[in-house]
Design a protein around this ligand. Structure first.
Ligand SMILES: [Ca+2]
Ligand SMILES: [Cu+2]
Length: 378
């Protein structure tokens, strides 16, 4: 079978095809794939029963009327992280050791966008600010000293289905750097935003998302805020909506059905990206906290961050992530946290629509399955 057990780096690979790799070594795709295969497993898997103390949300009511398009997330104490999904029904083949140990976290209340930021919202920002996104800029030779000059072209990373089934061990088989791909041209120069006003904006780098947030008087959520909000008041459930992948036999999020990455059968109603807000909200009135697009968080990524918090003892208060990033699966590449999974996640390959699971990505790298939403503190 295709879904042999494999390392964290491979499993989260669909979340983070690094644009810098494409620019530097576009033609070395096969070698890069081999390197990924040969990389050692990131960390040992922690097993054992997990206790799941309840989510204790703050009782205070929303402090006034919600800003347009936002909901009050009360904050409170909860258990962050996930049990080993390989031991769950439909949990997939990845143990996700970076999402353990499960640990207690407290976050203050905050406002959160009910949907992912849409193309029409992003366009308003671009029109009023004149901002140019990372994918639209010409990569500078100074940033890519080893890159051949012909590779220094604006573009972004785009998913393309393969023609035949392929081993799921090298994401460069279905990701490629497309010249001219950016938020206005999600699949490249031949594509546009016609009919996609309500789709989540994609091909945003971390700094693009931060620039938008600043313009909107908001900010990116911390990883802890994001997970508290995504859980919607539930305690220790695998999904934002509860315990079953398909409650009442219906898909609850825009993910991927069919043989990945060959054919997306759209059993959930959508092949590829969907407009925002097509599925039921979670307990806090938030749409698409699982699937559709990955979402940037403000934290740096380290697979051992939860261990660090546990070692500090007690309840972690408003954690903001580690001071720096390290990912043993790609040494030297700093990464920020992504959350929520995307329309490319499937229980046959990558189950990162599970609410306690984590993703990661190089900050300058956008793709056509990565977007964001914002929060606002009091
Ligand atoms: Ca789908
Ligand atoms: Cu995934």
């Amino acid at each position: 079978m295709l879904n042999r057990p494999s390392s964290t780096s491979e499993k989260s690979a669909p979340a983070c095809p690094d644009r810098r790799v494409f620019i530097k070594v576009l033609l070395l795709a096969v070698l890069a794939g081999a390197a990924i295969i040969l990389w050692p497993r990131a960390a040992s898997t922690l097993h054992g029963p997990s206790t799941r103390p309840l989510t204790v949300a703050n009782k205070a009511p929303a402090p006034g009327e919600a800003p347009s398009g936002m909901r009050w997330i009360p904050g409170g104490e909860f258990s962050m992280g996930t049990d080993d999904p390989t031991e769950m029904f439909c949990g997939g083949t990845d143990a996700m050791p970076d999402a353990r140990p499960i640990h207690r976290v407290y976050v203050d209340g905050f406002w959160m966008d009910t949907t992912e930021v849409t193309n029409e919202e992003f366009e308003r920002f671009i029109k009023s600010s004149g901002y140019v996104t990372v994918a639209e800029r010409v990569p500078r030779q100074a940033d890519f000293p080893d890159a051949p000059p012909e590779n220094l072209v604006p573009g972004s990373v785009v998913f393309k289905p393969t023609k035949e089934p392929v081993p799921l061990n090298n994401h460069l088989q279905w990701w490629s750097y497309v010249k001219g791909a950016n938020w206005r041209h999600p699949e490249g120069p031949g594509s546009d935003l016609k009919g996609r006003a309500k789709y989540p904006v994609v091909h945003v780098a971390c700094e693009d998302a931060e620039a938008y947030a600043k313009w909107a008087g908001k900010r990116l959520p911390t990883e802890a805020e994001w997970e508290f909000a995504a859980r919607g008041g539930l305690s220790g459930q695998p999904y934002t909506w509860g315990v079953e992948l398909k409650p009442d036999g219906k898909w609850a999020a825009n993910i991927y059905q069919g043989p990945f990455p060959v054919r997306d059968t759209a059993e959930d109603g959508f092949a590829g990206l969907a407009p925002v807000a097509q599925f039921r909200t979670n307990g806090y009135g938030l749409y698409d906290m699982a699937g559709n697009v990955w979402e940037w968080c403000s934290d740096w990524y380290r697979p051992d961050y939860y261990q660090t918090l546990i070692a500090e003892g007690g309840v972690a208060h408003n954690p903001r992530g580690p001071a720096d990033s390290a990912d043993p699966s790609e040494p030297g590449v700093p990464k920020r946290v992504h959350r929520g999974g995307s329309f490319l996640c499937t229980d046959k390959y990558c189950t990162r629509y599970m609410v306690g699971s984590r993703g990661k990505g190089e900050p300058s790298t956008g793709s056509n399955h990565l977007g964001f939403r914002c929060v606002r503190s009091l």
